[in-house]
Design a protein around this ligand. Structure first.
Ligand SMILES: Cc1cc2nc3c(=O)[nH]c(=O)nc-3n(C[C@H](O)[C@H](O)[C@H](O)COP(=O)(O)O)c2cc1C
Length: 380
C-alpha cells in the first residue's frame, strides 16, 4: 500500500519536473491595451438572426457563454445602431433602453467565465429592404445605386436606397456614438465599429459605390471622412482603449468594391493612429463569401505593418494557418467565424489538437433558439 502511494507521489513529482510543452502560438497570452488575453483565438462577429423584434434573447446568454473562456476575446454579432440600421430579420439592436437591458445578462454570462466582450455596432445602409425601415422608407446610403444582385436573405429583395443629405450625416454619426455609450451601459468591454462587409461605412469608403459630390465623396480622404467621423465620435464617447474597427478593403460584398483596396486600407489604418484605436480587425482578401474560401495574392501585411495597435485577422483560418499567422507576426490575434460557431470550445480543441465539429450552413441564420445555435457538442 505504502509503495503504491510512493509510486504515485514519484509520478507526480516527475510530471511536475518535466518541461511543460510549449503552447501553440494561438494559445499564448497577449496584452491588448488594458485587457490581458490568455490566448489569441477570437470569436468573430457572427449574425445569427435569433434576436426576435431586434432584442437579444435569453438563448443568447447560453450561446455566448458557451464560447467564452477565461481571458478570451469575443466579438458579438453585428448590432444595429438605430431603427434604420437593419437589413435582415431578427438581428439585435442597441439603440433602445429595452435592448440595453436585454444585452446585460448576455454580457454578464460572458464576464462570469472571464471573457472579454466587445459589441459590433452596425448600420447596413443600402443592404436592406423598406420593410425593415421605419414607416417603410427607403434605406439610406451614400448613393441611390441599388445592389443589383441577390437579396438580403430569406428571399427579400433590396429596395433602392436614398443618398443621405450632407446635413443628415452628423445624425448617423451620433447614432454610432449613442450605440457605443449604450454598449458600455450594457456592460460590454468595448465596441467594434463595423466598417466592413459592404455595409454603410464601406458604401462611403469605396469608389465603386460612393458617387457623391459633397465633402463625403470623390477623393479617398473625402470617402473615408464619414467612417473616421464615426471613429472620432465613438472614441470621444467611450475612450480609444475600448474601440476597434473592422475593415474589409479587399472585399466585394454586396457589390461594394474599390479600385485601389490596398491604398484604401493603408489610408484607413494610418488615419486610425491619430485616434489611438485599440484594434484593427481586417478581413483577409481570400474571404469572399460565407460559404467558400478563395486564395489570392493580395495581403494584409502592409496594413499590419502600418498599424500600431492590435491587429486582428479573419477569414478562412484553421488551426495551422492561424498558428503561422501569429508565429510569423502577421497578426496579434486571429478571429474565427464558422469554426467557432460550430465548436463552442474551439480554443481547447486547438490546444488538444482535437477533431472539430462540422458547421451546418442551413442553420446559421434560422430563428430556432437551439438548433445549430447552442446544440453543437463540447469535447467530452
Ligand atoms: C453566419 C455568419 C454570420 C456573419 N455575421 C457577421 C457579422 O455580423 N459581422 C461581421 O463583421 N462579419 C460577419 N460574418 C463574417 C465572419 O465574421 C467572418 O469574417 C467570416 O465567417 C470568415 O471567417 P471564417 O472563415 O473563420 O468563418 C459572418 C459570417 C457568417 C458565416
Amino acid at each position: 500500500m505504502e509503495s503504491k502511494m510512493k509510486l504515485k507521489v514519484k509520478r507526480l513529482i516527475d510530471k511536475m519536473a518535466a518541461p511543460a510543452e510549449d503552447p501553440i502560438p494561438l494559445l499564448t497570452p497577449y496584452k491588448m491595451g488594458k485587457f490581458n488575453l490568455s490566448h489569441r483565438v477570437v470569436l468573430a462577429p457572427l449574425t445569427r438572426q435569433r434576436s426576435y423584434g431586434n432584442v437579444p434573447q435569453p438563448h443568447a446568454v447560453l450561446y455566448y457563454s458557451q464560447r467564452a473562456s477565461n481571458g478570451g476575446l469575443l466579438i458579438a454579432e453585428a448590432t444595429g445602431v438605430s431603427d434604420t440600421a437593419q437589413g435582415y430579420p431578427r438581428t439585435p439592436g442597441i439603440w433602445t433602453k429595452h435592448q440595453v437591458q436585454a444585452w446585460k445578462p448576455v454580457v454578464d454570462a460572458v464576464h462570469a467565465k472571464g471573457g472579454i466582450f466587445f459589441c459590433q455596432i452596425w448600420h447596413v445602409g443600402r443592404v436592406s429592404n423598406s420593410g425593415y425601415q421605419p414607416n417603410g422608407q427607403a434605406p439610406i446610403s451614400s448613393t441611390d445605386k441599388l445592389v443589383s444582385q441577390g437579396n438580403t436573405n430569406e428571399g427579400v429583395e433590396f429596395t433602392p436606397p436614398r443618398p443621405l443629405r450632407t446635413d443628415e450625416i452628423p445624425h448617423v454619426v451620433n447614432d454610432f456614438r449613442f450605440a457605443a455609450r449604450n454598449a458600455i451601459e450594457a456592460g460590454f468591454d468595448g465596441v467594434e465599429i463595423h466598417g466592413a462587409g459592404g455595409y454603410l461605412l464601406e458604401q462611403f469608403m469605396k469608389d465603386k459605390v460612393n458617387d457623391r459630390t459633397d465633402e463625403y465623396g470623390g477623393s479617398l480622404e473625402n470617402r473615408c471622412r464619414f467612417a473616421l467621423e464615426v471613429v472620432e465620435a465613438v472614441v470621444d464617447e467611450i475612450g480609444a482603449g475600448r474601440v476597434g474597427i473592422r475593415l474589409s478593403p479587399f472585399g466585394e460584398y454586396y457589390e461594394c468594391q474599390d479600385s485601389n483596396p490596398e491604398q484604401l486600407g493603408l489610408y484607413m489604418v494610418k488615419a486610425l493612429h491619430k485616434y489611438g484605436l485599440l484594434f484593427c480587425h481586417m478581413v483577409e482578401p481570400r474571404m469572399e463569401t460565407g460559404g467558400e474560401n478563395f486564395e489570392c495574392t493580395e495581403s494584409l501585411l502592409p496594413m499590419r505593418k502600418a498599424f500600431n495597435g492590435t491587429f486582428i485577422t479573419a477569414g478562412g483560418y484553421e488551426r495551422d494557418n492561424g498558428n503561422d499567422a501569429i508565429a510569423e507576426n502577421r497578426a496579434d490575434l486571429v478571429a474565427y467565424g464558422r469554426l467557432f460557431l460550430a465548436n463552442p470550445d474551439l480554443p481547447k480543441r486547438f490546444a488538444l489538437h482535437a477533431p472539430l465539429n462540422n458547421y451546418n450552413i442551413e442553420t446559421f441564420c434560422i430563428p430556432d433558439p437551439v438548433l445549430g445555435y447552442t446544440d453543437y457538442p463540447f469535447l467530452e
